[in-house]
Design a protein around this ligand. Structure first.
Ligand code: PDD
Length: 286
């Protein structure tokens, strides 16, 4: 049952979902994506994810192919085939392939033709997050060598995937990125540190993805539970001398990082504040 995907208005089996090699997503990474978590079969923060998708499209001058109601219908159509309780819905929109090949030109950098927008969606299982058991992970640090528009959720994730593969080869889960000595984010997460009970995270800018979980944790968990939050630059020394480090994203929630570059953060165990935020987050999604 769980092998259906959505491709350009059709539900099809994974093996049947094919796109043109002239799709600009394939040739130039000319597209955007969004990843919406569902817990107990219900979307979590759908409006926020939808708004970010609209923003990403706008920033790349891509048309939204559907109205919001149409999106909801199509998502429902696909999710009829989903048997998981907790899963992520992946949505990808690319500029697509040219409407016509009559001019004999099959690839050109400038997007100056008319194209058939391509939309694909699929769902993936999210492993259950548990209140009593908190997973802790390790990370490495790397120079942030991505382009300067990391606030667009673009499908161009070459550096993110390269860096995360490098982390994985070193036995770590995430690569935490620094640009000119200042922490930006993880390859697939936003980063927070805790120092003397103060929770610190970098400011929003074009250099990081405006994480939906980041905002939710700050506004609905940290502030409402009277923890102290400070939005400011973090350098390498701050990171390594912090009491706790945790990362956030839609599929992992709050994930403590206990070792970075093989160096323990504090005692190298899961910190109390991270644990509390993790538990408070799970209460909200269940
Ligand atoms: N990525 N920063 C980057 C670079 C990310 O790729 C992600 C999430 C985040 C966190 O964003 P959010 O809280 O909205 O999930 C931050 C998703 C999970 C992915 O690409 O699979």
């Amino acid at each position: 049952m769980n092998n259906k995907v959505f491709l350009n208005n059709k539900i099809c089996n994974i093996e049947e979902a094919k796109i043109s090699i002239f799709d600009r997503g394939f040739l130039f990474s000319d597209g955007v994506y969004e990843l919406i978590p569902f817990f107990n079969k219900k979307p979590f923060l759908f409006e926020e994810h939808y708004k970010r998708l609209e923003n990403s499209l706008k920033m790349l001058d891509l048309d939204n192919p559907y109205s919001k109601d149409e999106w909801l219908d199509k998502i429902k159509m696909l999710l009829n085939y989903c048997e998981y309780d907790n899963f992520s819905l992946y949505i990808q929109i690319t500029r697509g392939e040219p409407l016509s090949y009559n001019d004999g030109i099959f690839r050109e950098h400038a997007a100056i033709k008319k194209y058939k927008t391509s939309v694909s969606m699929f769902f993936s299982k999210i492993n259950d997050l548990s209140e009593s058991f908190i997973r802790c992970e390790t990370a490495i640090t790397l120079e942030d060598k991505r382009w300067m528009q990391c606030d667009i959720k673009s499908i161009s994730l070459l550096y993110n995937s390269y860096a995360k593969t490098l982390a994985s080869k070193k036995g770590a889960y995430e690569a935490i990125l620094f640009r000119n000595g200042v922490l930006t984010e993880g390859c697939s997460s936003n980063v927070f540190i805790v120092k003397n009970k103060k929770i610190i995270t970098p400011k929003l800018s074009n250099l990081i993805l405006h994480g939906i979980t980041r905002s939710y944790i700050i506004n609905e968990i940290i502030k409402k539970n009277k923890f102290e939050i400070v939005i400011e630059d973090i350098n390498e020394e701050d990171l390594f001398s912090s009491d706790e480090v945790f990362i956030t994203n839609s599929t992992q929630g709050v994930l403590p990082i206990i070792k970075i570059n093989n160096k323990k953060i504090n005692k190298g165990t899961c910190g109390e504040i991270s644990k509390k935020l993790h538990q408070l987050y799970l209460k909200k999604i269940n």
